[in-house]
Design a protein around this ligand. Structure first.
Ligand SMILES: Cc1cc2nc3c(=O)[nH]c(=O)nc-3n(C[C@H](O)[C@H](O)[C@H](O)COP(=O)(O)OP(=O)(O)OC[C@H]3O[C@@H](n4cnc5c(N)ncnc54)[C@H](O)[C@@H]3O)c2cc1C
Length: 234
């Protein structure tokens, strides 16, 4: 993801210029990285024999690289690295927007679309670092508290990195954008229903004794950028 002369702008590139509602576009590195860091599920799209394939999968961002992983036999990852480029998207849903008209109902969101090239990670040390980053991306602080992967487990894991070539973010905020003539329809509730990712109460594994207390990063789990309590009141 190359920055422009302006410094922190990472686009737009030829594929990432937002045409529809361009006022919602963001190309600053901070916005793009914040969305990538708050999410942990992406949709990875690529072509196989001319047919589009999109798979949902976890990921971790390290600098200008996004790591995904799977089993060595993972068909999607193998074909992704064989292709010329991939498209990876991340979506954060921030709320439902209920307008007076059915037509103007909407969703508040922050999303990122990246185009890049996928490469197999062959280097053993990079593989270790990528998998550690993966664990910490999903559960910040977790990697240090786990048994590291064995050589056999590393061999049993295919790690693919997507080098980000271009990226765009798109952000919708605010309430409904009703037609002026509908604003008098006071009998129809209109407004925004905010959403945020909230963890439930931790459940210790019952298959063997767990003597360790619930770690703080589990007890107060929240995604980066998500404010407020980590879980709803009991
Ligand atoms: C949760 C959610 C729900 C949505 N629901 C709808 C819906 O119901 N109907 C609808 O029409 N649109 C919806 N959108 C918006 C949708 O993602 C597209 O932006 C929109 O459909 C315009 O598509 P386009 O191909 O004309 O975009 P264009 O503006 O032509 O796309 C050009 C380039 O802009 C960038 N871009 C486009 N959209 C996004 C995006 N969302 N995030 C980051 N970069 C982007 C990409 O790099 C893309 O290659 C939704 C988005 C989200 C996140």
């Amino acid at each position: 993801m190359s920055s422009t002369a302006a410094g922190d702008e990472v686009g737009p590139g030829p594929r990432t210029r937002v045409r529809r509602l361009p006022e919602r576009a963001r190309y600053d590195r901070a916005t793009v990285e914040a969305v990538l860091d708050e999410g942990f599920v992406c949709h990875l799209g690529f072509c196989v024999d001319g047919e589009p394939v999109v798979i949902p999968t976890g990921y971790a961002r390290v600098g200008d690289v996004i790591y995904v992983h799977g089993a060595p036999a993972n068909y999607a990852l193998r074909r992704a690295v064989e292709g010329d480029s991939v498209c990876l998207t991340v979506t954060l849903v921030d709320g439902l927007v209920l307008a007076r008209s059915a037509f103007h109902h909407s969703i508040n969101y922050r999303s990122v679309v990246v185009f890049g090239v996928a490469h197999e990670v062959e280097d053993w040390e990079e593989k270790r670092l990528a998998l550690a980053a993966f664990v910490d991306h999903v559960v910040p602080g977790r990697n240090a508290g786990t048994r590291p992967p064995s050589e056999a487990e590393l061999r049993a894991t295919r790690v693919v990195k997507v080098e980000i070539m271009e990226a765009s973010a798109k952000v919708r905020t605010g309430g409904p954008k009703d037609e002026p003539e509908d604003l008098g329809l006071g009998g129809i509730w209109a407004g925004e229903l905010p959403f945020r990712v909230v963890a439930g109460s931790p459940i210790a594994d019952g298959s063997a004794p767990v003597t360790a207390p619930v770690p703080p990063y589990v007890a107060s789990y929240r995604r980066p950028g998500v404010e407020g309590e980590g879980r709803p009141p009991a």
